[in-house]
Design a protein around this ligand. Structure first.
Ligand SMILES: [Zn+2]
Ligand SMILES: [Zn+2]
Length: 197
């Protein structure tokens, strides 16, 4: 299977290589796929390899960017009696500040998400918010799935030691046994000494 590249910056010349039956929409919404171009009959399925460049995420006032290389992923689409069942797998790499030591770090996130779209069923639950008139918005789906899969705290490493509360130096860069500060004498002792001198 060849790679299908989904990228807002390159979608104007969406090269699909050997996958001529695969059409990528060049107009907004970006990163979308017209499901009817897969021409699946009920019971049939198709697996597509993808390369996505998800939109940057904001977390805790900080911006987390993906890339620079696209995130590899895989989309499985099965035709059901009255719609489609879809599964998206994505392995994304994003970078931004570690939330504990505030240094630039890289984070890896594995995402797996499923969607069902049965437009004729009359059941709201069975209509995917990412499918609009057979157009699957892979970009929006990937964005939401990544946001859900992210941990609450993005750390440069699980045991990130954070910052020294006294001087702000990253405790990952120093030996904690050697990085010690003179303890300020308790002001009450100073007062007491004044009284007894
Ligand atoms: Zn850190
Ligand atoms: Zn310190």
């Amino acid at each position: 299977m060849g790679l299908v590249r989904f990228d807002c910056r390159t979608c104007q010349r969406h090269s699909t290589g050997n996958r001529r039956r695969m059409h990528l929409s060049g107009q907004a919404p970006h990163n979308s796929l017209d499901l009817t171009t897969l021409a699946l009959k009920p019971g049939e399925g198709r697996r597509l390899d993808l390369e996505l460049v998800p939109e940057a995420l904001e977390m805790g006032g900080e911006r987390y960017e993906f890339g620079p290389e696209p995130s590899p992923g895989r989309l499985d689409v099965s035709r059901t009696a009255s719609g489609h069942a879809m599964r998206l797998e994505l392995s994304a790499k994003l970078h931004g500040l570690c939330m504990r030591c505030l240094t630039q770090a890289e984070f890896r996130i594995e995402v797996e998400s499923r969607e069902v779209d049965q437009p004729g069923s009359g059941d709201e639950e069975l209509a995917s918010p990412y499918v609009n008139l057979d157009e699957l918005d892979i970009g929006a789906w990937a964005h939401d799935a990544i946001a859900l899969a992210l941990p609450q705290t993005l750390l440069c490493r699980p045991d990130c030691a954070g910052l020294c509360p006294e001087c702000g130096v990253s405790l990952n860069d120093v030996d904690p046994a050697e990085h010690l500060h003179e303890r300020e004498p308790d002001p009450r002792w100073a007062k007491l000494r004044e009284l007894t001198d």
